[in-house]
Design a protein around this ligand. Structure first.
Ligand code: PRE
Length: 357
């Protein structure tokens, strides 16, 4: 009988689990001591640069057979639980629960956090600015649909910094109460999700009405109460509202991803592999943008992202959202930024934080 063979293997697993448990609690005790040291100087509990270093190190050291990314998921939760012994941080996000924004919160902070669902991106900023939340998580850009304008506008005005970045794959599923489309007369989702699945919907359900609603989670809630509604949402939202999958992964771009910014009062220290975000504008004359960016090339700083937004002041002026490799305190980045600041009509450092791709 295979059970006879399983028993000794399970005994070995039990013994190893006891060792892991003892080690985890030893680690937690040290984290508590770290917490006391930090409390003496009112130092920040969440240290994104340190967590990024720990996660990088475990992936590098991992001998297998466990996959590096799975080991990182485990250690993210270990650090989250240890951090919660120091203090449980509160993180505001664009709700309701079950959205990809909530998933981004857990991807950055692990599950031992207090997550605070907000009704709008503005409210996430307000919660973090007012201190109701320690951090906020806001969507910045979707790989198929482009930038989230409201977030870019609010980053321009806020007193907060970007302290981290999370990119998560966005997989949409078509779901209904019974897992079929028999009774369905309406497909509901957030307008971005409808756009991201447009070609698939045209091909498979060209004659079913589509309706944009406030969020995919709201669509899932509607579908759970009404058999004539199907929702497009992530599977987390589907599970939350007990929906069945009609078709999984229906987004037109299989590599569809959304980047989220972690915003807070914290200025993240250098981790060794960092990125810096800034906003610039220049006077409207020929060659101005080219000249503006010259200091980056001069100091050998790579630009990883360049996005322009109209300044909305009547004239055709633009704000440029630029990401560069490195931390603002790295010597060559610091020199390049000082020169950029001198020549730009407007300069705002949004923050430096661990590189996450
Ligand atoms: O090293 C610290 O500063 C800690 O508080 C410990 C720890 C960890 O568990 O490793 C926990 C929280 C911080 O965000 C970083 C790391």
């Amino acid at each position: 009988m295979s059970e006879d063979k399983l028993l000794p293997l399970r005994q070995q697993i039990d013994a190893i689990d006891a060792e892991i448990l003892a080690l985890l609690n030893r680690r937690a005790q040290i984290a508590q001591q770290v917490g006391h040291v930090k409390a003496e100087t009112d130092a920040p509990v969440f240290r994104p640069e340190r967590e990024a270093q720990v996660l990088l190190k475990v992936a590098e050291r991992n001998p297998g057979p466990l996959q590096g990314s799975d080991v990182q998921t485990i250690f993210r939760e270990v650090m989250s639980a240890c951090r919660a012994l120091e203090r449980r941080v509160t993180v505001a996000y664009l709700g309701p629960a079950g959205t990809f924004s909530e998933q981004a919160v857990y991807q950055q902070f692990g599950h031992a956090v207090e997550s605070l669902a907000c009704a709008s991106i503005d409210e996430v900023f307000r919660a973090a600015e007012a201190g109701t939340a320690d951090f906020g998580v806001v969507p910045v850009e979707n790989s198929s649909e482009g930038v989230i304008n409201r977030t870019l506008d609010l980053l321009l005005q806020t007193t907060l910094s970007i302290s981290g970045e999370v990119a998560i794959p966005i997989h949409h599923s078509l779901m209904s109460k019974d897992g079929t489309m028999t009774a369905v007369t309406r497909i509901c989702a957030h307008s971005q999700a409808l756009a991201q699945c447009n070609a698939w919907l045209n091909q498979h359900y060209p004659n079913i009405q589509r309706q944009a609603v406030a969020s995919n989670a709201e669509a899932a809630r509607m579908a759970s109460e009404d058999a004539t509604v199907a929702a497009i949402a992530g599977e987390v939202a589907g599970k939350k509202y007990d929906l069945q999958i009609v078709n999984a992964h229906i987004q037109d771009d299989p590599h569809n991803r959304t980047r989220f910014a972690v915003i807070g009062r914290l200025q993240t220290a250098a981790s060794g592999r960092d990125q810096t975000s800034l906003v610039l504008s220049v006077a409207n004359k020929a060659g101005a943008v080219y000249n503006l960016l010259a200091p980056l090339a001069k100091h050998g700083v790579s630009m990883t992202r360049f996005e322009s937004r109209p300044a909305r002041m009547g004239s055709w002026e633009y704000y440029f959202y630029v990401d560069v490799e490195g931390h603002a305190q790295d010597e060559k980045v610091a020199m390049a930024l000082a020169e950029l600041k001198q020549s730009a009509a407007f300069f705002k450092l949004l923050g430096s934080y661990p590189f996450s791709h």
